[in-house]
Structures are given as structure tokens and as C-alpha cells.
Design a protein. Structure first.
Lengths: 449, 75
């Protein structure tokens, strides 16, 4: 059942919050031992649902009343284990609610559990959790990462909506591989207060859902200025769930993105789908030049290495859990040690400074493109997801982010919707829109879905 | 799992390759200058306001007067 229909049924009393939560708990108990999407299931979920049912009867319930929401294990939820799927924080329980979680609870969404992820959000496959890999419910490939558990939970119908985080594609990559909808908001649209950061200048909390309406409704709730996060902008939040009809829009493809595709069948599928959308919306596809966008991966990783090294100095084993260098995955260790190495005084900040300057260049490129067009359509990943257990060297893994990273570097918003399948493997179509244009981005995603 | 020394060497090699690729484009390093589009209107909550104080102390497990009480493994 789609979210809009379900909310109507709950409102009319045809479905109770308790029944909704109970059905998800049943599915979780049957499937989670295999899929490993959840690291923790909220034992109070039914009690909380009962309270929501009482509010619904009194006509005082919020916009998410009765819906079951899953939260990625790096976003603080009070009294739940927020381990970042690491042994470092294995025994850490959230001491407060992140801003996004607080807003969900205020609208009577029920936190059903905490989802698995790549350790400290470092990974593209969902296999780098210290609590075992997550399986893709849709095919025999990896679910993608780092928000692997959130995407798998949505795809396996274990929850209504899930929160994820996206620093270089961690929502969009698993959304694509699991055949669901995912949105990365513009930088500064959603408060990061309560998020255990990977890279502070790029991280954003976003949404995964089976339908665009549900993603739009959640975005409407979690977006907005927060005094707790100095990076949020004080811009009004539109009614994203209104999902308007779009007129007179300009949609583009880019030759630079076509060149980056390592599987021609993926680009052909995306191009065909883009042509169908353009026809449906009575517009023509145009080409937009995006010089230097092919350097996105090389720009992104020095920034992430340095910011992860800096951001994890608090995990020194004295205040929180274990020392991170002694208890994390190999990929996290690579980024921390690499970040430490290139931050040494003898390098004079050369790596980070160069990457920041290139980030600026890519942001300018994207901004110039959005002076000419409204949306850019592209694939989500240059290859199909790998099989579980298939090894890639670090550089090959990093290349998987080539299509998602530009949006993070430019601070723009981006969404993924299912485009179809190739050999039974889901493929997501990605859309870029200019910063703070989430309303129209979600409307276009709705036209496609 | 590779040793820490091997990981450092591998990570440094990747970073060198990446930064070398960035050197091929003409990037201007601008530091110490605020960009116009990043300027923000100062928040109404100035640091000495009661609201700011409340926010700062909100998640602190132990408070005594105007101080945080920090204890090993307690936060």
C-alpha cells in the first residue's frame, strides 16, 4: 500500500497504528535474520503505536501518525544503540534525539528500529558493517551503501520510510540497487544535529521510501532551519508533498556523464527513460556541458579523508567506547590513516586545499548548468552492483560514486527513482536539481515513478 | 586485513594519484576570504541568550552551576 493511501486509512480508522506496526514487526521477525537490515528493533514500538492510536481517535495526531520509521545507525535516537555499525560505538546509546528524529516523533511517526550500514558510513556495498553484511531483498547483488539497512528495510517492506545519510551517494546508491526512491537534500536543508559525521562539509540526512509521496512528506517534516546546526539555511520549506504538475521545464543529459559510464546498457536505459519523460512533459532533452565533473571522485576523497580523520579524534577510547583505530573496518582505517598522513604539517595542507579548490570549481560548473536547465538526468552508478563477497580494490570502489558525488560537492539536491532492471538487477535513474529546489525535484520524480 | 603501515602506504598512493589528477586543471585556491553566497544573517540567539545556554546544556549528563561535569565513559 502506498503511503498516501495508508495515511488515509489510518485517519479513517480502517487501519490502526498498532496493526501497521505489528505487521512490520512480523515481517522483521521473519526476514531480518536473513537480510540483516536492522541492528535493533524498538521493543516499545507497539506501546508507542497504542498512544498514537489514542491521539488519532481524539483527532490530535500528527502528519506521520501510525507510520513505522527506520533510522540509520549514525543518527541519534534517545535510548537506542547508535553504533555506526562499528565495534567502536557498540555500547553507545543515544543520549538525545537528532533534530530530524525529534521532528518525526513530534508528527507521531514511530521509530521501529535502527538500521545496519557500512561501518562509520564508509562503503558503497553494505558489506562493511561490523555486524555482518546486509542482503539486497530484490536480487543476488549487494544492496549498496552506506545506508544499506535503510534501503533494504524499505525494499523488504519492513518499514514505511527510512532515514539515511548521504555524503557522496550513500542514500542514492542503495536506493538504486534496491529499486526504491531516495533523496539527498541540498546541503543546509536538513539539520545534521545528532548525526555522527563522516565529512562535515558534505553530509546530509535524507529519505528512502517505496514511493515519492512518502519521501516528499518526510522531507517536508525534517527540513528547515535549526539553531542547533549552523549550516542550515533559514529558507521556507514548501509543501513538498503537494507534488505539482511541472510545466515549461528544461531537462538535460550530459556527454561528460555518458563518458563516465562503464556499462553501456545502464546509460542506454537511463537515456531511453529520459526521452520518455521529456515526451510526457512535452519538452526536449538538451545537452549540458559539465567540464571537470569527471574529477569529482579525485576531489571528494581527499576532503573525506581529512574530515573523517579530524571528526573521529573524539573516538580515542577515553570518552566513548573503544579507540577507533583499534576497532573499525579496514576502509575506515584507510581513510583515517590516509587523512592523518595528508594532514601532516610537512604537506602544508596541499591535498585538502587543492581538493577544496576543485570542489569550488565543480560547484561553479553545476551552478552555471542550472542557469540554463532545470534538471539533469544521469545514472546513479556507472556499473551494476557487485555480487555479495566480490572484492574490489579501493579505487574501483571509489569510482562507483562518480555519478553521485558531484551533487554533494555542489551542495545541490538529487533524487533517485527506479528506472527498470538489467538482468534482473534494479537500476535507478538519478536527477540533479539546483540547491533548495526540492519541491520541483520531488514533483519530477513523481512524474517518473 | 592489511597492516596499518601497508594501509598508510596504499592510502597515500591513492591520494597522490588523486591530487595529481587535480593538478591538471587550473584550480584557484581561495582561502581566508568569505564567499558572498555563504554569508549568513546572524542568528537571533546570541551566545549570551538564555536560549543558547539552554541548548548548550541540553545534552550534558551532569551540570554544576555553569560547568559541565566530564567523567570518563560517562557521556
Amino acid at each position: 500500500m502506498v503511503i498516501k493511501e495508508k495515511l488515509e486509512q489510518i485517519k479513517k480508522g480502517k487501519l490502526t497504528a498498532q496493526d501497521n506496526v505489528k505487521s512490520f514487526l512480523n515481517i522483521i521477525s521473519k526476514k531480518n535474520s536473513d537480510i540483516n537490515a536492522f541492528l535493533y528493533v524498538n521493543k516499545d514500538a507497539l506501546t508507542e503505536a497504542k498512544k498514537v492510536d489514542e491521539k488519532i481517535k481524539k483527532g490530535k495526531a500528527g502528519k506521520l501518525a501510525g507510520l513505522a520509521i527506520a533510522v540509520k545507525a549514525c543518527i541519534n535516537v534517545k535510548d537506542m544503540p547508535i553504533s555506526c555499525a562499528s565495534k567502536t560505538l557498540e555500547n553507545y546509546y543515544g543520549t538525545y534525539d537528532a533534530d530530524a528524529v525529534e521532528k518525526i516523533k513530534k508528527e507521531d511517526g514511530i521509530i521501529i528500529g535502527i538500521t545496519n550500514m557500512d561501518c562509520f558510513a564508509c562503503g558503497i556495498s553494505g558489506e562493511k558493517s561490523m555486524f555482518g553484511p546486509t542482503k539486497n531483498p530484490k536480487c543476488d547483488r549487494v544492496p549498496g551503501g552506506s545506508s544499506s539497512g535503510s534501503a533494504a528495510a524499505v525494499a523488504a517492506n519492513m518499514c514505511d520510510i527510512a532515514l539515511g545519510t548521504d555524503t557522496g551517494g550513500s542514500i542514492r546508491n542503495p536506493a538504486s540497487h534496491c529499486g526504491i526512491v531516495g533523496i539527498k537534500p541540498s546541503y543546509g536543508r536538513v539539520s545534521r544535529y545528532g548525526l555522527i559525521d563522516l565529512s562535515m562539509s558534505l553530509d546530509q540526512i535524507g529519505v528512502l521510501c517505496n514511493d515519492v509521496y512518502g519521501a516528499a512528506l518526510m522531507m517536508e517534516i525534517i527540513s528547515g532551519y535549526s539553531a542547533n546546526d549552523g549550516a542550515t539555511y533559514d529558507k521556507p520549506v514548501s509543501k513538498y508533498s503537494g507534488l505539482k504538475k511541472l510545466n515549461n521545464i528544461k531537462i538535460a543529459l550530459s556527454k561528460e556523464f555518458e563518458k563516465l559510464c562503464q556499462n553501456k546498457r545502464i546509460y542506454d536505459l537511463i537515456k531511453k527513460k529520459a526521452e520518455e519523460i521529456a515526451k510526457k512533459l512535452n519538452t526536449k532533452l538538451i545537452n549540458v556541458d559539465l567540464p571537470n565533473v569527471e574529477l569529482a571522485v579525485q576531489t571528494y576523497y581527499p576532503i573525506v579523508y581529512v574530515e573523517l580523520f579530524s571528526g573521529t579524534r573524539k573516538f580515542d577510547g577515553r570518552k566513548y567506547g573503544k579507540k577507533i583505530e583499534d576497532s573499525c573496518s579496514e576502509e575506515v582505517l584507510r581513510r583515517i590513516l590516509g587523512g592523518r598522513e595528508i594532514s601532516r604539517a610537512e604537506h602544508g595542507g596541499r591535498y585538502y586545499r587543492k581538493a577544496l579548490a576543485a570542489k569550488e570549481l565543480i560547484a561553479e560548473t553545476m551552478n552555471r548548468a542550472f542557469d540554463k536547465v532545470d534538471f539533469i538526468i544521469l545514472p546513479t552508478t556507472p556499473l551494476l552492483p557487485t555480487k555479495l563477497g566480490e572484492k574490489l580494490d579501493p579505487k574501483a570502489e571509489y569510482a562507483f560514486d562518480a555519478y553521485t558525488i558531484p551533487a554533494n560537492l555542489a551542495g545541490i539536491c538529487a533524487g533517485v527513482v527506479p528506472a527498470g532492471t538489467i538482468d534482473g538487477v534494479p537500476v535507478g535513474l538519478q536527477i540533479f536539481a539546483k540547491a533548495f529546489d526540492e519541491e520541483r525535484l520531488l514533483s519530477l520524480m513523481n512524474e517518473i515513478k | 586485513m592489511a597492516t596499518k603501515e601497508e594501509i598508510v602506504v596504499q592510502a597515500k598512493k591513492i591520494m597522490d594519484e588523486f591530487v595529481s589528477a587535480l593538478s591538471k586543471v587550473n584550480v584557484k585556491e581561495k582561502f581566508g576570504a568569505e564567499r558572498k553566497n555563504q554569508m549568513r544573517v546572524p542568528s537571533k540567539d546570541c551566545p549570551d541568550s538564555a536560549e543558547f545556554r539552554k541548548r548548550i546544556f541540553r545534552n550534558v549528563p551532569k551540570i554544576k552551576d555553569d560547568y559541565f561535569i566530564m567523567e570518563k565513559k560517562e557521556w
